[in-house]
Design a protein. Sequence first.
Length: 255
Amino acid sequence: MAMKSIVKILVLALFLGPFAGLKAQSLLKDSVMGVWMISAHYSYQLPFGDMAERFGGNSALGGMLGFKNGKNWMYGVEGSYLFGNNVKDLGQLENISLGSNVLIRTDGRIESVFLAERGFTIQGFLGKMIAFKKPNVNSGIVLKLGVGALRHKIRLIGDKEYIPQITGGYEKGYDRLTSGILLAPFIGYQFMSTSRLLNFYGGIEFNLAFTKGRRAWNFDQNAPADARRTDMLVGFKGGWIITKYVAYTEKYYYY
């Protein structure tokens, strides 16, 4: 008897499963739904303002945790790790090198020190999706504003075991550590498939940060390192989204 009951349940599930899937797809197409979103994103950014005097283009990898409610308002948190090798040589190692960032090691050999850009952004955001009837009312143009922090510095790369000139805290006099408040507006498009398998977004993000130097002293300049700056980054940002739908409404929000 138990085996017959199990067989009946399996047959019923196989029969009703496709209809349940069609119903879910219909809801996603016609009803604005609340959904949790986890995404991974990549962006390539170009610097402007004071940022452009120190770095060239950079990449950013990050993630987002957010929620879109039944009225297509969006909110959440996200962060990105900034990295790049396009550092404009400011000559900060000139006084301790043989030129071209070549330093004398403790064993008498020479070591080339490479400069790289490193940093991160973290922000909370609030946004609105402007949905259309097609492809579904959970996809559309996204307008967001993020508020948070930007931090960046110049990383000195070399075999630091043999170059004490930039180790033991001395690197802080050369790395130009900078941080401050970040404003990050974004405009783009977000697609949420009715099958729930294909969910992504892409658009333009503008980072405007009011920053200042965070080190006490720049050794090469023999001057304080607390100058105030306006750092800007503009780039295309795209991400892949994993979703978890939690609710829906019977109302429609067409524009």
